[in-house]
Design a protein around this ligand. Structure first.
Ligand SMILES: *Cc1c(COP(=O)(O)O)cnc(C)c1O
Length: 371
């Protein structure tokens, strides 16, 4: 070990980097299989809105210019959409970035960041990176247990992360319970509601789930921040663009730690265009709803338990150690997501794909489980 390593920040030295879904090209290289489908990263298989693609093509000639570091056009669009001020919006290189900004701005070494067991891996990672202490409250039926969360609050708690719906479980919290939790929090604790799957979770076809739009509460609770992304329902994951809505004072603190040109110009023009294509969003969400039914019906037919999900993914209990099942699926050219690192060693998380992709996954799973 080199001498300088003794000075590595302790939080960083002990960090396990985020494990992403396996890229198609990597599996091609490793196993030489072709015709691969990837249902591992909750991407939207319909692909981006043609309007977003056209906007990027038109924007290509301008890439020699630095982007607008304040993101005026995109913020203007988002402010109108959500009925907030531009000063309440923080744009991020993916919505993961504001999740990191909030921790960098408000958490010092030894202070605590609270989330749930089986919750998004980015929360403990950004916490540990600044020397913070991640505290995971026990889950209830795989989802957030607000009572358990409340009991973990201490005088060291600085930020609470709530993924609604949660990834990788797809579980969600209903509006009244979630708002009551936020209202009862000490006002000096920041609460982040991560709504990466908002468009899927609010689809009317799901029926009366009670799933709320937490942005509506930001005016009431200055310590509330809500994040959304263009990576999932808007199918722009490769561009890396997302945002947070908060009180302007919170936004201002995050702006101080934000790299000056963190969102690129193509991402911003594409995001604006994507917001204008309501038809594409509705088609995406409808396809997901149909695909979710296709998958859950297949799981039931196979006698496999699954966690009911309002996202564009679902975690299924394969009834045995999931790692070998994941490996065997890879050999069938199907990439899903193992979630043992989320404390779910018998589950696999699968993203809802195109109808024919779902069919291929189901056939491969059946083959692997009966082999
Ligand atoms: C995918 C996801 C995000 C968003 O990631 P981006 O950085 O916007 O691509 C945030 N939170 C959760 C829970 C997610 O699953």
């Amino acid at each position: 070990m080199h001498e300088f390593m003794k000075h590595a920040a302790p939080g960083v030295a002990g960090l396990q980097p985020y494990k992403a879904g396996k890229p198609i090209e990597e599996l091609e290289r490793e196993l030489g299989v072709s015709n691969i489908i990837k249902l591992a990263s909750n991407e939207n298989p319909l692909g981006p809105s043609p309007q977003a693609v056209a906007a990027m093509q038109a924007g290509l000639a301008d890439v020699w210019l630095y982007p607008d570091g304040n993101g005026f056009a995109l913020k203007e669009k988002l402010a109108a959409l959500h009925g907030v001020e531009r000063s309440q919006i923080t744009l991020g290189n993916g919505s993961s970035e504001p999740l990191e900004f909030i921790v960098r701005a408000f958490v010092q070494p030894g202070e605590e960041v609270l989330f749930s067991e089986h919750s998004f891996a980015i929360y403990p990672i950004v916490t540990q990176a600044v020397g913070g202490v991640g505290v995971a409250a026990p889950a209830k039926e795989w989802g957030y247990d607000l009572e358990a969360l409340k009991q973990k609050i201490s005088d060291k708690t600085r930020v609470v992360f709530i993924a609604n719906p949660n990834n990788p479980t797809g579980t969600w919290l209903a509006g009244p319970q979630l708002e009551a939790f936020i209202a009862a929090l000490p006002p000096e604790i920041i609460v982040v509601v991560d709504e990466a799957y908002y468009d899927y979770a609010s689809h009317p076809a799901l029926g009366a789930t009670g799933y709320p739009d937490a942005i509506e509460w930001v005016a009431k609770y200055p310590n509330l921040m809500v994040t959304r992304t263009f990576s999932k329902s808007y199918a722009l994951a490769g561009l890396r663009v997302g945002y947070a809505i908060s009180h302007p004072e919170v936004a201002e603190m995050m702006n101080r730690v934000r790299p000056p040109f963190n969102v690129n110009s193509l991402a911003m023009v594409a995001a604006v265009a994507a917001l204008e294509d309501g038809d594409h969003l509705r088609a995406s969400v409808q396809m997901n709803s149909d695909g979710m039914q296709q998958l859950t019906a297949a799981f039931s037919a196979m006698g496999l338990a699954y966690i009911p999900s309002v996202g564009n993914f679902i975690s299924v209990d394969v009834g045995r150690a999931a790692a070998p099942v994941y490996e065997a699926l890879l050999r069938e050219g199907v990439i899903v997501r193992p979630v043992a690192n989320y404390g779910m060693p018998h589950h696999l998380r699968v993203t809802v794909g195109l109808p024919e992709e779902n069919e291929r996954f189901v056939a491969a799973l059946q083959k692997v489980l009966t082999a």
